[in-house]
Design a protein. Structure first.
Length: 305
């Protein structure tokens, strides 16, 4: 059987389940109960998951002809403790993981030519569980909105937000999965070519080139007068954000969103909803360093008429 793309996520879920049922060497429920408690956990992969974990000395393979089974080893116990300690100390890790998992899940379905109409199947799949935590609709809706904003997926809007209906990978999203395993922050850093963003203005029309190998083409429309203050603020942000006290992920996000905003306000008919969402997104990031005078100036310019 071919290894599924989410083998690591599935095996970690099983390992944590074994950890939670461990009782100092006493008999524990067979892993069949793990699959029974998860309607879409793909029980046919049980043997494969046990073998995968056993090959890493994380469990002992107790499988029989009657079904897969395993007992967690001391090394497995240590790994789960490390994972949970890391999770508690790095809340952002869960967000980064969900973005990666969502992109890879879409890629897996597209490679199998399967149509995805919404995220319902994802929410009941083993992929929606990471390091012992299950992602919910609010988590997925938040990150679908983000992935739409940074141009990695497309999809229709739902009451939960953009990207919730008929989600698809964009060309950039496919590149992110293929070249970076779905690691969004690493992809955006590479796209931004070490943080270099060049902004050229021809008259009132901004041209944004992010990185060395990406060209963004604008049509012949100019920025509408009501958006000119916003466009000026975005250019200011792009020119200074690399020197601000933000982590690399936040800097990459600001650059990507600002570039998307400049693209939007240069359209013949800008999407005011998308503009307002992206302005709020940049504002949320910059508010963490709002004591910086340059940031205060930038925030004051992030106004949509």
């Amino acid at each position: 059987m071919t290894l599924p793309p989410d083998i690591a996520e599935l095996s970690h879920s099983l390992l944590e389940w074994l950890y939670d049922h461990y009782d100092d060497g006493a008999d524990t429920p067979g892993v069949g109960e793990f699959f029974e408690s998860r309607a879409a956990a793909r029980a046919e992969l049980g043997y494969l998951l046990v073998q995968y974990l056993a090959s890493r000395d994380l469990v002992k393979d107790w499988s029989t002809l009657g079904g897969p089974d395993a007992r967690i080893t001391a090394r497995g116990l240590d790994l789960v403790q490390q994972i949970r300690a890391q999770r508690a100390g790095d809340p952002g890790e869960r967000t980064r993981a969900l973005r990666r998992i969502m992109l890879r899940w879409l890629d897996d379905h597209e490679r199998r030519a399967e149509t995805v109409t919404n995220w319902d199947d994802f929410l009941v799949s083993p992929s929606a569980r990471h390091n012992g935590v299950t992602f919910g609709l609010i988590d997925v809706a938040r990150e679908a909105d983000y992935l739409v904003r940074v141009g990695l997926i497309s999809g229709g809007s739902h009451q939960s937000g953009p990207g919730m209906l008929r989600p698809r990978l964009t060309h950039n999203g496919r590149d992110c999965v293929t070249d970076f395993g779905g690691a969004v922050a690493e992809y955006l850093r590479a796209v931004n070519a070490g943080g270099t963003v060049n902004v050229a203005v021809n008259g009132d029309r901004p041209q944004v080139a992010v990185g060395q190998n990406i060209a963004q083409n604008r049509n012949d429309s100019v920025v509408m007068p009501q958006y000119e203050p916003l466009a000026n603020a975005l250019r200011e942000i792009l020119g200074k954000v690399s020197g601000w006290e933000l982590d690399d992920d936040d800097k990459s996000d600001v650059k990507a969103i600002a570039g998307e905003l400049l693209d939007e306000v240069a359209r013949d008919e800008p999407d005011e909803g998308a503009i307002r969402r992206n302005v709020r997104a940049i504002g949320r990031i910059l508010n963490s360093i709002a004591m910086n005078p340059d940031v205060q100036t930038a925030l004051a310019g992030l106004v949509v008429a």
